[in-house]
Ligand binder design. Structure first.
Ligand code: PLP
Length: 442
């Protein structure tokens, strides 16, 4: 490993979350340079240098020929997709719909860098994907038959894999665990082994496998178990395929799901360790050219580089709790509002000039969004220094699975989104205009 890379590895083993101090510096700079206007009741920020060094670190952990298909669902901003593409040549995308495939093509990704996963592909979706030449991960055996019909005898420009559920269990977050005995995704291996053997030994064009164990909440050992189970199955299939003159399965897509840290005191597992464990359990994946390895990280790539600042509109005082009314709620933080036990961020308070409030005068607050339902509270009973009207509440680690899940309920305008690198700021997406909002509902 090169010296520079080593330095970055150490950096990430120490710091996986952005510090409150660095967020404060950026907030003050944005305020004093007019990047946060009066109408910007909330703004989403991305630290681009942080994002880039994270990606470089990821690439340094995996074999160089790995295709890193960043999950678009975690962050579909076109400007970000274009930017990350330029960081390294082996960066691609994982697309969950034909919409996302088109967004990727639009952002300049070539079909060979696009991995198309969707559990409900129509015939038209499959036809489009085959003609475009992307890598398709087929979700189930019925879909595989559709692919077979559509491919006929024509030559494939892309490649085709099958999503297999290794059935290794669920993590701490049920809603984002997809490798239990039951999952709506993929073909469960234990229940379908003969059928799986049959398709892999009959279809020479079926040259890939795909798994995704879950997103956040799945321990590293569970992710490794999933890879291991599939690796054993593939090894067995490959010895049978090669002895009958078929080409081996050569694409191994391990999905995403490495957990990140949302709390500074709870560091995330290290990517370097994860890859080491993959190599120990499934050596041909990381120590040979036998397989083209694909990853599909989303949360790990984006989340820690983003944060959101919302002005405090009002503060209400009840005998047992205070409520800070802010400008982002379940529209931006869907999971946090609907499933608060599993999704918690860190929060900081800054005054209207961007100075951190960190006095001992702390109180309990509910951070309530602006939407018309009582569950629109992004966090309950948060201990914070005294919050006042006009302050900014910063929600940390919001770079993934937030804006991509934006809800139109109550028709609030989407916030301005800003990227920055030290003191250089640029708008990644402008605050939605009233005209755009009206057009949405037409
Ligand atoms: C098929 C698939 N791949 C990749 C991902 C990305 O997971 P994560 O963002 O946790 O890395 C997901 C997330 O739901 C997924 O469903």
């Amino acid at each position: 490993m090169r010296d520079g890379t080593k330095k970055q590895l150490r950096y990430f083993m120490i710091q996986s979350n952005k510090s409150t101090e660095s967020i404060g510096r950026a907030l003050r700079s944005a305020l004093s340079n007019g990047w946060i206007r009066q109408e910007d009741t909330a703004v989403i920020f991305y630290d681009i240098a942080f994002l880039e060094s994270r990606i470089r670190y990821l690439i340094s952990c995996f074999p160089p020929n790995t295709l890193h298909g960043f999950a678009i669902k975690a962050n579909p901003l076109a400007r970000i997709m274009k930017y990350v593409k330029g960081v390294a040549p082996n960066i691609g995308v994982e697309a969950a719909s034909t919409g996302e495939v088109n967004m990727a093509l639009n952002a300049g990704y070539t079909p060979g860098k696009i991995v198309f996963d969707s559990p409900a592909k129509t015939l038209a979706d499959i036809d489009f994907a085959l003609k475009t030449g992307v890598h398709i991960n087929v979700d189930n055996l019925s879909e595989l038959e559709r692919v077979k019909t559509l491919t006929g005898s024509s030559t494939l420009t892309g490649s085709i894999g099958l999503r297999i559920n290794p059935q290794v269990g669920v993590g701490t977050i049920l809603e984002s665990s997809v490798a239990g005995d039951y999952s709506k995704f993929g073909v469960p291996l234990n229940y379908n082994r003969p059928a799986l053997e049959q398709v892999f030994l009959s279809y020479p064009w079926l040259t890939g496998v795909h798994l995704h164990v879950g997103s956040q909440g799945c321990p590293v050992n569970m992710l490794i178990d999933g890879i291991g189970v599939l690796y054993d199955f593939v090894s067995e299939m490959n010895s049978k395929r090669t002895s009958s003159g078929m080409s081996p399965i050569s694409v191994f897509d391990i999905g995403g799901g490495l957990p990140i840290s949302y709390q500074t005191e709870a560091p995330a597992p290290s990517m370097e360790e994860y890859v080491k464990k993959i190599g120990e359990r499934a050596p041909l994946l990381t120590h040979s050219d036998t397989f083209k390895l694909i990853t599909e990280f989303g949360r790990w790539i984006y989340t820690n580089s983003g944060w959101t600042a919302s002005r405090v509109e009002y503060v209400k005082h009840d005998p047992s709790i205070n409520t800070a009314m802010i400008h982002v709620g379940a529209d931006l933080f869907l999971r946090e509002c609907l499933n608060p036990r599993d999704w918690q961020h860190e929060y900081s308070v800054f005054d209207q000039n961007g100075m951190l409030k960190n006095g001992s005068d702390d109180h309990s607050y509910n951070l309530a969004g602006p939407l018309c339902f009582s569950g629109d509270i992004i966090a309950k009973n948060v201990r914070l220094p005294k919050v006042e009207e006009g302050d900014f509440i910063v929600i940390h680690d919001t770079g993934g699975y937030t804006f991509s899940m934006w809800s139109r309920y109550n028709s609030r305008q989407t916030p301005r989104i800003i990227g920055y690198n030290e003191d250089h700021f640029e708008i990644l997406k402008e605050r939605e205009t009233m005209e755009e909002l009206l057009r949405f509902w037409e």
